[in-house]
Ligand binder design. Structure first.
Ligand code: 4NP
Length: 145
């Protein structure tokens, strides 16, 4: 079982989108029993809050389920041991994760895409987020499989 954790700043826009998109791809490839997926935040700012309406709208448009997200959660130190891949949405997430990572877990941290996924909380462009997340998730799945 490979465990993948998608991480962004708030865990309400980008990482829950990546979690849902990646889970759908994994289900479509009949790999659900081999790959476990979750998402988390680097901050507690949105703790317990649901997925942003902009992300919900995109996922509904694409008929992608997102009901497993139970509110924003900050990444814990256990998560760094528990997960095999910790996937950051942008450079700032990557930097924060590297600072938070317990000894010996930093090699698990990587970017979803080299260019990063701009934060739609600031850009308002959830279509751009969706396209980049989809591209990154496809590449990640190809890499794992
Ligand atoms: P996310 O977007 O990191 O993609 O979930 C954000 C959500 C909330 C905030 C910033 C970014 N915030 O400042 O509360």
């Amino acid at each position: 079982m490979k465990k993948v954790l998608f991480v962004c700043l708030g865990n309400i826009c980008r990482s829950p989108m990546a979690e849902a998109v990646f889970r759908k791809m994994v289900e479509d490839e009949n790999l659900s029993d081999k790959i476990f997926i979750d998402s988390a935040a680097t901050s507690s700012w949105e703790h317990g809050n649901p997925i942003h309406s902009g992300t919900q709208t995109k996922l509904k448009e694409q008929k992608i389920a997102f009901d497993l997200h139970k509110g924003s959660q900050k990444i814990s130190s256990e998560d760094f041991y528990e997960f095999d891949k910790i996937i950051a949405m942008d450079e700032s997430n990557l930097e924060n994760l590297r600072k938070m990572a317990p000894e010996g877990t930093r090699q698990k941290i990587a970017m979803l895409l080299e260019q990063g996924v701009p934060d739609p909380w600031f850009t308002g462009d959830f279509q751009e987020t969706y396209q980049l997340v989809k591209m990154g998730c496809q590449r990640l799945l190809d890499e794992i499989v």
